[in-house]
Design a protein around this ligand. Structure first.
Ligand code: ITT
Length: 190
């Protein structure tokens, strides 16, 4: 079985990745006793994904996968975008992030948005990127309990329910992360 360290501190991402890659052994940062936060100072998903993967690769020399992702809202010129994790301020909570989005969109009819994920893989010492996007819209209020992050306010195109209401296997067919993972699987031949 192929093995990858998944360089994330986000438990929601980790759970999804384990479901999306059932034939790959996913080693978490916890498993390697990595406790430091990795700074993500950049303005692009690619650069932030790269620094996470490279930091862990330098420390382990093992194959590493990272995920930099976010919610991009057209009416907010792409915000929160790369700043999705801390949009509602420090310390971050999903609730504060969601509230901030709903405040910014108060009274705004144009609610189209998309999630983007950039996966960075370091394999045989080489860097590879995989990208996925999913279109949808921002709900008027949070709906559902499942998932993580902005899932309660993101309704994917063609559905009436949010990612936090839809069964996990539906999110894992439609999502930005799922689309990027399909390309990763093709690359790994897994
Ligand atoms: P790592 O950097 O440790 O992987 P993070 O949560 O800080 O974890 P990002 O910097 O990539 O990750 O921030 C992405 C944020 O975008 C994340 O915290 C969520 O709020 C949001 N997000 C990304 N994918 C999402 C998804 O599938 N559902 C809901 N929200 C998502």
């Amino acid at each position: 079985m192929k093995k990858l360290i998944f360089a994330t501190n986000n438990k929601g991402k980790l759970k999804e990745m384990q479901l999306l890659l059932p034939n790959i052994e996913i080693i978490s940062l916890n498993d390697i006793n990595w406790t430091e936060e990795i700074d993500e100072p950049f303005d692009t998903f690619h650069e932030n994904a790269l620094i996470k993967a490279v930091t862990i690769f330098k420390a382990t020399q093992l194959p590493v996968l990272s995920d930099d992702s976010g919610l991009c809202i057209h009416a907010l010129n792409g915000a929160p975008g790369v700043h999705s994790a801390y949009y509602g301020g420090h310390p971050r909570t999903d609730q504060k992030n969601i509230n901030k989005v709903l405040e910014e969109l108060d009274g705004v009819a144009q609610r189209e948005a998309y999630f983007k994920a950039i996966l960075c893989l370091i394999w045989d010492g080489q860097v590879h990127y995989f990208e996925g996007n999913v279109d949808g819209r921002i709900a008027n209020s949070p709906m559902g309990e499942d998932g993580f992050g902005y899932d309660p306010i993101f309704v994917p195109e063609g559905y009436q329910e949010s990612f936090a209401q839809l069964p996990m296997d539906i999110k894992n067919k439609l999502s930005h992360r799922a689309i990027a993972v399909q390309q990763l699987l093709t690359f790994l031949n897994a």
